[in-house]
Design a binder for this molecule. Structure first.
Ligand code: WT7
Length: 635
């Protein structure tokens, strides 16, 4: 088992050096020894970041579900693959064995086939965190269909945009979803979205909340009877390593969401290898990632990475606050969770509660704690370390992105000494670089710059669905021959990386990646609004919250401001979803602009953050007088 499981720091450095000196030989060895291929590759890697074009394991053939399910059946058939923990703790948890998962995935695959879905077709999955979600994406992979999961908190508008962008033929959804003591009418959202989606011929509906919904004749069907009638075996479609596995949308700083395309072979190898090492997963461990499968974290580290290792992975339907703020700790105790992976925003929210919520539970099963999605501040890090890990479980602060497919900068627990707020060292095979504003690499330590990656890694996104030019322009143009992440970072004296945050117009709110432009577009559609600008400001639980500056049209001037604020947030909820709502809205007569008409967001960010001491030179603005007005009326 060469290099598959890193066990000490010296070994990390050795393997790291090997992986960058000869990446092809390194990844070839990993791929060869730990996965099931129907045909081996002709070439491990070809790449050209100027096009950009990257292929890993070209010529190889495989099916990822054979790797995630079938090959485990002989030795782990009875082992639990997925533990489903429902929203309501009174409802019994489900333990789905690898045998059962095989049966469920095959049935679902056959149902999709019956509906005419073939290799390469796009399938939209709009489901809550119920087993059908994992089963459906695996079923797509089984038959070579490309899944496009849309987080079930997105609105009908956002769903419609995503369905149409990738031309999905079918939508898999549920009647409703549970979220704490609320239930949400998912099917109603789908119905509304589909008014704009002529290409969708079928909707399959899983039953969850048993709420009354409308079923459109000839289009909508209940899923369960179809699954019951389907055959429990399905020959896996043989895929090329570079065939698309899925599309997952992420927001950009401008315009429409970007459908990041991930392919099969490299994604499998990298997510499996990182999972094994970053969580130091051992046979019979129980691993729990609290993310939703609607995000990349769930794709890579609830479904594909864990299952490719034959692991037991927990799927949690609920929220950290229901029925009370002890829920996470109760679930850890109940299922004897060994690795726990969550987001700083959840940690901060839980740290605000009475410590008894944690202390009432036996957390002694924990071996590794993970953090992902946004920078973890020092206070939250210590709270997590002291009260959850009892200073015995290392914290892995994992930096990565939807685009990277897998974890990129991270400690390896029990291997890399950790430092609060530092993601520490690049993972095996990852070659980070810090760049200055002129586009030159900054060498040495104790430096800060823009974070790029200078060499391909197996799980990187290959393109943006339908828009390869945008892929090139967004990621490969700013720094020649480098992938630009959009983040800033510093490298300290020992070479550890600390991510300092986005340097573009993306704002991370509660770990969710939000682009300013789509939110502004949504606000500007309000009939009383002339123009708007969104910035982030520090928030003690969410990390960042959104602050909106809004210029009203003359017709809006006489309207009640609080009503307008509600309507604007309603508008955002309808266009994007509740996650993009603004915490503060200030009505202004103008926005600070450069002479070329560009909004000076830097100034707006400072005002929103209550940091007006050093606004820099505002005299070159087109309308410098507006700055004082904005400061005087800050909310
Ligand atoms: C952005 C990517 C990776 C899965 C979840 C988010 C921020 C992510 C960290 C971290 C500091 C982080 C970055 C990144 N981010 N992890 N450990 N420390 N920042 O995926 O929605 O594509 O967002 O999240 O700004 O660019 P995503």
């Amino acid at each position: 088992m060469s290099n598959y499981h890193i066990k000490h720091l010296e070994e990390y450095f050795q393997v790291y050096r090997k992986s960058v000196r000869n990446p092809e030989a390194f990844w070839e060895e990993i791929a060869e020894e730990h996965f099931l291929w129907r045909k081996k590759w002709d070439k491990v890697l070809s790449w050209d970041f100027s096009k950009p074009e990257v292929t890993w394991f070209e010529g190889a053939q495989l099916n990822i579900t054979e790797n995630c399910i079938d090959r485990h059946l002989a030795t782990r058939g009875e082992k639990t693959a997925i533990i489903f923990e429902p929203n309501n703790p009174e409802e019994e948890a489900q333990h789905i064995s690898y045998y059962q998962l095989h049966d469920k995935v095959c049935r679902m695959a056959n149902v999709l086939k019956e509906k005419g879905i073939q290799k390469g077709d796009r399938v939209c999955v709009y489901l809550p965190m119920i087993p059908e979600l994992a089963v459906t994406i695996l079923a797509c992979a089984r038959i070579g269909a490309i899944h496009s999961v849309v987080f079930a908190g997105f609105s009908s508008n956002a769903l419609a945009t995503r369905i149409n962008d990738s031309d999905c033929k079918i939508v898999i959804t549920s009647d409703g979803s549970y979220r704490g003591n609320k239930s949400i009418d998912l099917k109603g959202i789908v119905d509304k979205a589909l008014e704009e989606c002529p290409g969708v011929a079928h909707v399959l509906v899983a039953k969850r909340t048993k709420s009354t919904i409308e079923m459109k004749n000839g289009r909508d069907e209940w899923l369960q009877p179809l699954l019951d009638a389907a055959y429990g075996d399905c020959v896996p479609e043989i895929m090329d390593a570079e065939d698309p596995l899925f599309i997952l949308y992420t927001s950009g700083s401008t315009g429409r969401p970007k459908g990041m395309v991930h392919t099969t072979g490299g994604y499998m190898v990298y997510t499996a290898y990182t999972f094994k090492n970053v969580f130091q997963y051992r046979e019979n461990d129980v691993y729990w990632c609290t993310a939703d499968i609607g995000w990349i974290t769930g794709h890579s580290y609830i479904v594909y990475g864990p299952l490719a290792n034959g692991a037991t992975t927990v799927m949690f339907e609920g929220v950290p606050s229901y029925p009370d703020f002890g829920r996470f700790w109760e679930v850890i105790e109940k299922h004897k969770v060994n690795q726990f992976y969550t987001a700083p925003t959840a940690i901060r929210a839980l740290a605000k509660q009475n410590l008894e919520f944690v202390e009432n539970h036996d957390l002694s099963s924990l071996k590794v704690l993970g953090s992902v999605g946004e920078p973890i501040n020092e206070e939250a890090w210590h709270w997590y370390n002291n009260n959850v890990g009892k200073k015995k479980s290392p914290i892995v602060d994992t930096w990565w992105q939807t685009e990277t497919g897998g974890i990129m900068i991270t400690p390896i627990p029990y291997v890399t000494p950790t430092t609060p707020t530092y993601a520490t060292l690049p993972f095996i095979g990852i070659q980070p670089a810090l760049m200055d504003e002129e586009g030159h690499e900054i060498m040495g330590n104790q430096v800060e710059g823009r974070l790029c990656i200078k060499f391909p890694w197996p799980s990187m996104a290959r393109t943006i669905w339908g828009d390869h030019d945008r892929y090139r322009d967004t990621y490969f143009t700013a720094y020649k021959n480098n992938y630009f992440t959009g983040d800033g970072a510093l490298r300290d004296a020992v070479g550890y990386y600390r991510i300092t945050g986005r340097v573009d117009d993306v704002i991370i709110v509660s770990g969710h990646n939000l682009g300013t432009a789509p939110i502004e577009d949504a606000i500007n559609e309000h009939p009383a609004v002339a123009e708007s600008a969104i910035v982030g400001f520090p928030h003690d639980v969410k990390g960042n919250a959104l602050y909106g500056y809004v210029i009203l049209k003359e017709t809006g001037e006489t309207r009640d401001r609080d009503n307008l604020r509600n309507e604007i947030n309603q508008q955002i909820t309808e266009h994007i979803g509740p996650i993009a709502k603004l915490d503060k809205i200030q009505f202004v007569s103008g926005l600070p602009k450069t002479r070329s008409g560009k909004i000076m967001r830097r100034i707006l960010r400072k005002i929103a953050s209550n940091d007006v001491s050093n606004l820099g030179d505002t005299s070159t603005l087109l309308n410098p007088e507006v700055v004082q007005e904005i400061i005087d009326n800050v909310v």
